[in-house]
Design a protein around this ligand. Structure first.
Ligand code: ZN
Length: 134
């Protein structure tokens, strides 16, 4: 079962906690066990799983990515947003998460974070739920 969520990102770069929306999609599917794949169908945004309790962690990830991928450099891509493409690839485009007892089986401090690198804009987030056979 596929559900496409709409994410309105804020700022040129942003890390947005989407755990509650993905968990809602899992509940709505009725799946009690299986796999939840979260997929970003974009080339300048990504997804990651990390701490969502302290917002400084997300800020520090953005800061580290800025150090790794400078805003200006020897980039060839004519659109001018090569840093966003590189950061999106570093974060990745999908997560595969276990569903147990109708809920995402996440670690205590883990949250699903949508990563915007060329915003602000409206983005899609695909939630693909594959229920296990009873
Ligand atoms: Zn581009």
């Amino acid at each position: 079962m596929i559900t496409t969520l709409t994410i309105h990102t804020t700022g040129r770069s942003a890390m947005m906690d989407v755990t509650a929306q993905v968990e809602q999609a899992v509940r709505a599917s009725g799946a009690t066990a299986g796999i939840c794949q979260v997929f970003v169908p974009h080339t300048t945004a990504g997804i990651t799983l990390n701490e969502n309790a302290d917002p400084d962690v997300q800020r520090d990830i953005l800061t580290a990515l800025d150090r790794l991928v400078p805003a200006r450099g020897d980039y060839q891509h004519g659109e001018g947003n090569s840093p966003a493409h590189v950061k999106a690839s570093l974060m990745g485009a999908s997560l595969t998460l276990p569903i147990q007892d109708g809920r995402l089986l996440l670690g205590r401090w883990q949250g699903i974070t949508f990563c915007e690198f060329d915003g602000p804009r409206q983005r899609d987030l695909v939630v693909n739920i594959v229920a296990a056979l009873p």
